[in-house]
Design a binder for this molecule. Structure first.
Ligand SMILES: Cc1cc2nc3c(=O)[nH]c(=O)nc-3n(C[C@H](O)[C@H](O)[C@H](O)COP(=O)(O)OP(=O)(O)OC[C@H]3O[C@@H](n4cnc5c(N)ncnc54)[C@H](O)[C@@H]3O)c2cc1C
Length: 368
């Protein structure tokens, strides 16, 4: 069996490794000229780490990770934990994105990855799917996976009318730089005034990552640094987060990332008889739950389990879709409760509800 995977991000690459592990021929097609990753670092939860372990890259990922035990703080530095939840509900592995994708690509193998190769269309037939690339060439496979992110071309053809939408007024600024004398445990996650949030923490290679975001933000008009500093000031009563402001000051403008946040609206389906969406292509979420990538990696396990349980490809894809649609309906409900939490204590509570569900009931349901 052969799969063509559109997209060489965290999900497409991990899918490549997982499909190789179940004996498929794999071709990952990435539109960019190299495998790289936008963004500084990504927090990976146990669900994703289990998948990496199962497909043989657990140690390679663990060795570049820093365990982060999240506390929530208000703007004055008062720490919060939701009562009744375990430390594990607050713990993830922080991994630098470029190194993560390099390691995943190495496990997929250079021969199985085509860069500078953009999927533009597909045609389904009874016994194969043909995939057309931007240079006009065509390849055949048994299955096409759309792992091509929020602006997925595969989704646009499979389910027309569901483009990525702006999460209106939601902006994020991020940076990564060499660590200095700021506290290593940082201030993740400070829930400040005017719906601003953010903090910083140490990561692999003696680097420190920082992030600030704001819901209902005015449209940014200044430099990325000035805009990030404005949000950080909303997290800094009496100088509790001075180190965050100093880090932002110290980050060169060109190294600051700014994203207006996009999401994919709920889709009526994710599959046809030979095509399936996976990762952000199917469910790009607002990143305030820091779990979209983790959940995308979890999708891979659900899909490969279904393929191993059902001989018929279309039946397996339907089983995958039946598992994932209600799962993401619940993810969206819980994520929305986090988003609208009125203060730091409420945010801590709703976040713990989400992460506890994701790591327990949600995870179990993904493996049935
Ligand atoms: C600010 C921010 C913070 C986040 N923090 C976290 C976190 O801490 N933890 C977490 O789990 N998640 C987090 N997320 C979410 C996470 O980044 C995404 O869910 C994840 O990157 C999705 O991976 P993906 O492989 O599905 O898509 P992408 O990473 O978008 O990769 C898609 C790839 O497909 C390629 N491509 C696109 N179109 C085509 C085409 N037509 N043909 C070929 N290639 C194509 C792209 O070039 C890209 O390489 C965060 C997101 C944001 C914005």
């Amino acid at each position: 069996m052969r799969v063509i995977i559109a997209g060489g991000g965290i999900v497409g690459l991990t899918a490549g490794i997982a499909f190789k592990a179940i004996g498929w021929d794999v071709l990952v097609c990435e539109q960019a000229s190299e495998i790289r990753a936008a963004g500084a670092a990504i927090g990976l939860w146990r669900n994703a780490l289990d998948v990496f372990g199962a497909v043989g890259v657990g140690d390679a990922i663990a060795s570049i990770g820093t365990t982060v035990e999240t506390w929530f703080y208000d703007a004055s530095g008062q720490p919060f934990r939701a009562p009744g939840f375990d430390p594990v509900d607050h713990t993830f592995l922080l991994v630098p994105r470029p190194e993560l994708n390099r390691r995943l690509a190495a496990a997929v193998g250079v021969d199985n990855i085509h860069v500078d190769t953009r999927v533009v269309a597909f045609n389904e037939h009874a016994d194969h799917v043909s995939v057309t690339f931007d240079d006009g060439s065509v390849e055949r496979a048994d299955l096409l996976l759309g792992a091509d992110g929020a602006y997925s071309a595969v989704r646009a053809q499979l389910i027309p009318g569901y483009p990525a939408q702006a999460h209106a007024g939601h902006h994020v600024w991020r940076g990564m730089l060499a660590a200095g004398d700021e506290p290593a445990a940082g201030s993740v996650l400070t829930v400040g005034h005017q719906r601003a949030r953010g903090g910083f923490t140490r990561t692999y290679g003696n680097q420190v990552v920082w992030m600030v975001n704001q819901f209902d933000s005015a449209a940014p008009a200044g430099t990325k640094k000035a805009e990030a500093l404005q949000r950080a000031a909303l997290l800094n009563d009496a100088g509790w987060n001075d180190a965050l402001l100093a880090l932002i000051e110290r980050t060169p403008e060109a190294q600051i990332l700014h994203n207006p946040i996009m999401f994919v609206p709920p889709l009526p389906c994710w599959t046809s008889s030979r095509v399936a969406l996976i990762g952000d292509a199917a469910h790009a979420l607002s990143p305030h739950i820091s779990a979209g990538g983790t959940l995308g990696v979890e999708d891979i396990q659900v899909l490969t389990d279904a393929l191993q349980r059902h001989d018929d490809l279309a039946t397996a894809l339907q089983a995958y879709e039946r598992n994932r649609l209600p799962h993401y309906a619940r993810v969206r409900e819980l994520a929305y409760s986090v988003e609208i939490a009125p203060d730091a204590a409420g945010y801590a509570l709703e976040y713990a509800r989400f992460s506890h569900w994701m790591l327990n009931d949600g995870y179990r349901a993904s493996r049935q």
